[in-house]
Design a protein around this ligand. Structure first.
Ligand code: ADP
Ligand code: MG
Length: 331
């Protein structure tokens, strides 16, 4: 043997004149497969940081955000106003670049894209739906022309283009409105066209920033249902940013962002109750990042008046957290 040999569990190293010695590998614990962060994910955000500089002021919009989304998954991102949701979505949409950290979407490294790749990325890989209906559509083009526009920019041939645009409008339920301009459509219809526009070049990922923010409850429900249909039928990965509690009831996974970081995830699954009914069970989890950090829910922190330092104790199957008990002395 000339050099160290490697397998997944241990390294065998030949020492000159000695019997082989087993050396613990340093990279991964025994028995666990070594995986790269984000391997197999469609969207991977690794410790994303975004700092906006306004005059002399720095605003930290994202502070070490981690997020993984699987191919063909549909998730909702929720969080208070100012928590960094739109910042995250514009980074994922290739409209803005992070100050630090990494973001990969469908194999594209968003932190290392040149101009050409970025343009191509925005045209083909992702589709974007904004809250403001006016931002999604050109007012002087008909619905079908709006849907054709991204295809024209991508160089698609004329006859195919029209057929494909009509197909998409049919899918969003607006086949008979194809010739109407946006001002002749309702808000909900405009967002349906916007979804068709976003899907024009059959992107792998659809990003929607509060797509129902300007719609009433019933219409919002219809738009969510349409997004679910897109996810189901076209296999498009869908990420919806929203304030709307309705959405989180319609997706399997809701990610909550607090202060520029993912703080909790709610997973939903259906199970059969004793009397044979399907019931939806939602479970909320705190998110543990790769550095071992987690955010305690504000209510928990306040209930025990936790402040600055806490005691931790490792038990066989959980970790206990206590107030530090030295507060008076410290002050
Ligand atoms: P959300 O979409 O969750 O409401 P944003 O991502 O829009 O949050 O904003 C996160 C933080 O970053 C806020 O404090 C906001 O004021 C700030 N911010 C967002 N965009 C800019 C910008 N272009 N310039 C300066 N500050 C910004
Ligand atoms: Mg926003």
């Amino acid at each position: 043997m000339t050099g160290p040999m490697r397998d997944d569990r241990a390294e065998i190293v030949d020492l000159p004149g000695d019997a082989p010695v087993e050396v613990e590998p340093t990279l991964a614990p025994r028995g666990r497969r070594r995986t790269l962060f984000g391997e197999g994910a469609q969207i991977a955000c690794d410790n994303l940081v975004k700092i906006y500089k306004v005059a002399d002021l720095e605003v930290v919009a994202l502070q070490g955000l981690d997020l993984l989304v699987d191919p063909a998954e549909m998730i909702a991102i929720v969080g208070a106003s100012g928590s960094g949701k739109s910042t995250l979505l514009s980074i994922l949409g290739g409209l803005d670049v992070p100050s630090a950290g990494r973001a990969t979407v469908a194999g594209h490294d968003l932190t290392a894209m040149g101009r050409r790749e970025r343009t191509n990325y925005r045209r083909r890989v992702i589709g974007f739906v904004w809250q403001q209906t006016a931002r999604n559509l050109l007012p002087y083009l008909s619905a079908v022309e709006n849907v054709e526009l991204p295809m024209i920019l991508d160089g698609a041939a004329g006859s195919l283009r029209r057929r494909s645009a009509i197909e998409l409008l049919a899918m969003v339920g607006l086949r008979d409105r194809a010739g109407h301009r946006p001002d002749r459509l309702s808000g909900g219809e405009q967002q349906r066209v916007a979804i068709a526009v976003a899907l024009a070049n059959r992107p792998e990922v659809l990003l929607a920033d509060e797509p129902t923010g300007e719609l009433d409850t019933d219409t919002s429900g219809e738009i969510f249902e349409l997004l679910r249909q897109v996810n189901r039928e076209m296999g498009t990965t869908v990420v919806i940013v929203t304030h709307d509690p309705l959405v989180s009831e319609q997706v399997q996974r809701t990610v909550a962002i607090r202060d520029g970081r993912t703080s909790s995830e709610t997973l939903r699954r259906t199970s059969l109750s004793d009397d044979g009914d399907h019931q939806v069970i939602a479970e909320e989890f705190a998110v543990l990042d790769r550095a071992g950090r987690l955010q305690l829910p504000r209510a928990h922190v306040e209930a025990l008046e936790l402040d600055r330092r806490v005691r931790l104790r490792l038990e066989p199957d959980h970790i206990g957290v206590w107030p530090d008990g030295h507060r008076e002395k410290d002050r």
